[in-house]
Design a binder for this molecule. Sequence first.
Ligand code: LMR
Length: 411
Amino acid sequence: MTDVWKDVPLAPPDMILQLVVDYKNDTDPKKVNLGVGAYRDEQGKPWVLPSVHQAIDRLQSDPDWDHEYLTLAGYKPFLEPSARLLFGKDSAALKEKRISTNQMISGSGAIHIASEILMKYYKFRSDRKTIYVSDPTWPNHYPMLELAGLQPETYNYYHPETFSLDFDGFKKSLSDAPNGSIFLMHACAHNPSGVDPTKDQWKELVKVFKEKEHFAFFDSAYQGFASGNPDEDAFAVRLFESEHVPMLVCQSFAKNTGLYGERIGALHFVLEDAELAEKVHSQVNTQMRAEISTCPAFGARVVTLLLTDPEIHKQWLEDIKTMSGRIMEMRRGLYDLLVNKYKTPGSWEHILKQIGMFSFLGLNREQCDRLTNEGHIYLVKTSRISVAGLNPGNLDHVASWIDRVVRGSKM
Ligand code: LMR
């Protein structure tokens, strides 16, 4: 009996989620959690959006609310509105019913199922099942893609010296890749760098995609967090759709609804015609049945109300502005303390320029370790901080510690 498990090794901890555990175990009253990308309010607490409260109240007073299984595609009233949020109400593909949409176990579930479907049906032009990911990217992209059998390779994306987009490098990677390659891109608010292409740069990139017949695999986890406006943040997705680039989008509602633990998302394939969309949709249904049977219902019902009920939708757009606005305020606050109060050596403009939930501070591993071990500040060891974890109560503590580790000064 004991023998059958004797070869199981201990798996290494997850570099992001382990920070949540380490933070919880720290008893220091000054501890700060800048690790996982989850929004926190001014008191450092998780925030249940007012629009979500409204939607839940509405659901609870609905006499027809039940707990039946959903269809294989998910909660039907959720599907079209979630596609509309990404592609826009004027999307030709949406009107022509060329988009196959399935509810997913958040964005991660979508990445997993998308990878499985690509492995089964995508016409790779060589034996290698390559998918290109940005350097750097969300670390969990690698195991998720590899689990399905895809082989991730990196494309140029980021200049660490200047904290900015390596646009020429990105274009070169696109041009150098064999025709028909798959590129995974962050739809907005790149995680971890906080650096996105500008609209003009996206327009140049889309041209290369068309020339090279590449496939666009979008991960959209932060719609609304880059600019505060979900339409604005869908620019790249809408551009690629309107330019007929073959594509799919993995959509997460974790961050922009605060429903992290409810695991709500969708997977959208944009196809040539409605008939093909129906075929792909049927294959995704089959894959879902084999993997999880049917999706959870509660969060999908809540999100549907956020997207479709005029009054609740208005509140939701306000809530997104509240979250993204507070993050921008914290960026300014941190910058101001480092530059004006502490006069910390180095340039800190990048904290203001980066967008979305994250900032890449540009500190080395040893400096990050000191922030955690001595300052009780939890961050990913690549020096990514979740700016949403900052608040007026901890900002000075964090700035003073960044200053200390940059100067290399002791306690
Ligand atoms: C993050 O990057 O912190 C989030 O996407 C949460 C996660 O699951 O890693």
